[in-house]
Design a protein around this ligand. Structure first.
Ligand code: GLN
Length: 538
């Protein structure tokens, strides 16, 4: 089922296999009708991740990239909507040569084609395919059918791993294997027998339960791999290897390799588990409140990027969620920002929370709190500067302004038509674009090179109509897209760290290679201020 860590499991298996010398890639299949994840509300779906080639996809692709330390491209992502659309387009183009096009086998065949193509295009030895959703539900049946057909065609080259949840009901205190038994029955009725079962639970699975799962689910006890909750997701591959997952996979696929010891990864985990001194970072957002629960999935790449940078500096990241709405209702609440060593305003859409975020940015600018703005965060930092430093009253963004406003953030010409015609899906400025950094700026020294490329996802831009005026008033444009002359990074002088980018640097941060902007932001947070023990709101 969703949320038990299939994405991390796939990523970890990928890392284990890669470390044994194989070229590995991973594919995510999401069962929903949406063609991509771009039109979905992040509170519902979690973060929308963006690939180099500009696909808006599921956050698991981000996990694959972080664990494999490789870019994953659009061909590695499929949804029911994308598959059906391709089959229907093919049918309209007479590519089925007049025959009746049917759900089975044409949809599973399209899935298989996509998988084979992704394997070929990435030149991979091993392709990991994550089928999203829950075993037994109606939505992912056709993907399971495709998987069954692949196994039939290549019995020695395909293997199935089931990620199953073993609850330990608190009043009973015993790990229950029944849901796993039923999951396997369901899979069996789809013609699939798992070869390996990853037993996700709060605790490690013991020998008694391993034997029980073995008997009822028809797998060797050695193929029941313990996958207990861990403090850091980066421990997962190491845990899997304790139960010899890599060797079990090798044996089943008839492959040979050196056993890898995941040295660098172990060093990272060692650092994560042994660092005690915190670095306290506040994130001002709005996509984390869902009923009485806090959902962190919407900002997962930002969180991971902060962690990578904090680990790099041997600090324990302490991330606190700050609701932008609160600052709109009560300005005195802004005082809580003073306990943070750094504040991030991440990406977002629509008017809710905008004024609260602008107030938080003003507070960081005036009180010299290290600040990092990401996409919307950059646009709002520009608006704040325009209003409160450059004296452009009513400065705003075309995304949420009225006719009395001055749009220092405006919509690009080509986007106007798309918005008018309601072409919203996959039409933002997406994927990787070049950016030339301005020598002498903080960004330039962070990256250590002049030409960089970063991933984008937005419709609005800093308006060139106001750029000169803003620069004259002290706004530093530290990076520009050379093709379209668009401001991509802004900075302020006379501030410990005030940097904001129109792109999303978080998408390119990797555990062993923190992103330069996050790395420098955290460095500044550490040197500017000592962590306080005060809690938020006190
Ligand atoms: N809503 C803004 C835009 O579309 C910012 C998008 C973002 O933060 N990803 O330009």
């Amino acid at each position: 089922m969703s949320g038990i860590g299939k994405g991390i499991a796939v990523s970890s298996i990928g890392l284990i296999l890669k470390s044994r010398g194989f070229k590995v890639t991973a594919i995510k299949i999401d069962p929903y009708i949406n063609v991509d994840a771009g039109t979905m509300n992040p509170v519902e779906h979690g973060e929308v991740f963006v690939t180099e080639d500009g696909l808006e996809c599921d956050q698991d692709i981000g996990n694959y990239e972080r664990f494999l330390d490789e870019n994953i491209y659009a061909g590695n992502y499929m949804t029911t909507g994308k598959v059906y659309r391709a089959v229907i387009e093919r049918e309209r183009n007479l590519e089925y040569r007049g025959r009746c096009v049917e759900v089975v086998p044409d949809i599973p065949n399209e899935v298989i084609n996509n998988i084979e193509l992704a394997g070929k295009n990435t030149n991979s030895d091993i392709v990991l395919i994550e089928i999203g959703g829950t075993v037994g539900e109606y939505q992912n049946m056709l993907f399971l059918e495709a998987a069954r057909m692949m196994k039939l065609a290549h019995p020695k080259d395909a293997l199935f791993i089931l990620v199953s949840y073993l609850p330990v009901p608190s009043k009973i205190g015993e790990m229950k294997t029944k849901p796993t038994q039923y999951a396997v029955r369901s899979l069996n009725s789809a013609g699939i027998q798992p070869n390996i079962i990853l037993a996700r639970s709060d605790y490690p699975v013991d020998e008694v339960r391993k034997r029980k799962i073995s008997v009822f689910c028809n797998v060797d006890p050695e193929d029941v791999i313990s996958a207990p909750d861990v403090d850091s997701i980066y421990e997962v591959p190491i845990n899997f290897e304790k139960d010899n997952l890599g060797s079990r996979i090798m044996e089943k696929l008839g492959l040979r390799s050196e056993v890898s010891d995941l040295v660098q990864w172990k060093e990272l985990v060692q650092k994560i588990t042994s660092t005690a001194e915190p670095v306290k970072i506040g994130i001002v957002g709005k996509y984390f409140e869902t009923g009485k629960f806090t959902l962190l999935d919407s900002y997962i790449s930002v969180i991971e990027a902060v962690k990578h940078a904090a680990y790099f500096h041997s600090k324990k990241p302490e991330i606190i969620w700050l609701s932008a709405g609160k600052y709109e209702e009560d300005e005195s609440a802004l005082e809580e920002l003073k306990i943070f060593q750094g504040v991030i305003v991440p990406g977002g859409f629509g008017s809710r929370g905008i004024e609260g975020k602008i107030k938080a940015i003003k507070y960081c600018r005036e009180n010299k709190i290290p600040f990092l703005g990401l996409c919307l965060g950059m646009q709002l930092a520009t608006i704040e500067f325009a209003r409160n430093v450059a004296g452009i009253e009513n400065a705003s963004s075309a995304e949420f302004s009225n006719e009395n406003c001055k749009n220092v953030i405006d919509v690009m010409g080509e986007q106007k038509k798309l918005i008018k015609e309601k072409h919203f899906g996959g039409t933002m400025r997406l994927g990787s674009y070049n950016c030339r950094l301005t020598p002498g700026t903080r960004s330039f020294s962070a990256y250590g090179e002049e030409m960089i490329a970063e991933r984008h996802r937005h419709r609005y831009e800093l308006s060139n109509k106001y750029r000169k005026k803003l620069e004259k008033e002290g706004l530093v444009v530290a990076g520009v897209n050379p093709e379209k002359d668009l401001a991509e990074i802004i900075e302020l002088k006379d501030h410990p760290f005030f940097v904001a980018s129109q792109f999303h640097p978080e998408f390119k941060s990797r555990p062993l290679r923190p992103h330069p902007l996050f790395r420098e932001f955290i460095a500044s947070a550490i040197t500017t201020k000592k962590p306080t023990l005060e809690a938020v709101g006190s």
